[in-house]
Design a protein. Structure first.
Length: 136
């Protein structure tokens, strides 16, 4: 069942190239957010929001793992659907918990990432990914 979940679906060549562009592009954008958080954490700043009540430091670490670690996996196309789950969860928290009471303009960035991640989750990583080679 796990193999079926991770296996990319067959798409036309133009769609595969489009998914590659989307996957790498959105991951590079998110990587900048994750890298900033990772740098801050490594420099000793461990203060962070605790939007779901699991503690500031754990929230910080999980956000770094999602925004930085999962973005790297997504760029490579390695365990793509599994890597998208923490990214989707993080964007849901950012959009609807952290910015819940804010106007839509404050949520728009997180919602844009969320919609892209959901699209990639449903399409898979495409032909130009490590997953495609692993699950032939």
């Amino acid at each position: 069942m796990l193999k079926k979940f991770l296996k990319p679906i067959k798409l036309p060549a133009s769609a595969d190239f489009g998914i590659l562009t989307l996957r790498v592009g959105i991951s590079c954008l998110m990587l900048t957010h994750g890298y900033a958080k990772l740098s801050g954490y490594l420099s000793g700043d461990h203060s962070f929001a605790d939007p779901i009540g699991i503690g500031e430091e754990l929230s910080y670490i999980l956000t770094i793992l999602a925004e930085f670690g999962c973005s790297v996996l997504l760029i490579l196309g390695l365990f793509s659907r599994a890597a998208l789950i923490p990214l989707i969860f993080t964007m849901i928290v950012v959009a609807f918990v952290v910015h819940g009471p804010d106007p839509f303009a404050k949520k728009e960035h997180a919602v844009s990432f969320l919609l892209t991640y959901l699209t990639l989750f449903f399409t898979g990583p495409g032909k130009y990914s490590i997953d495609s080679n692993l699950y032939r």
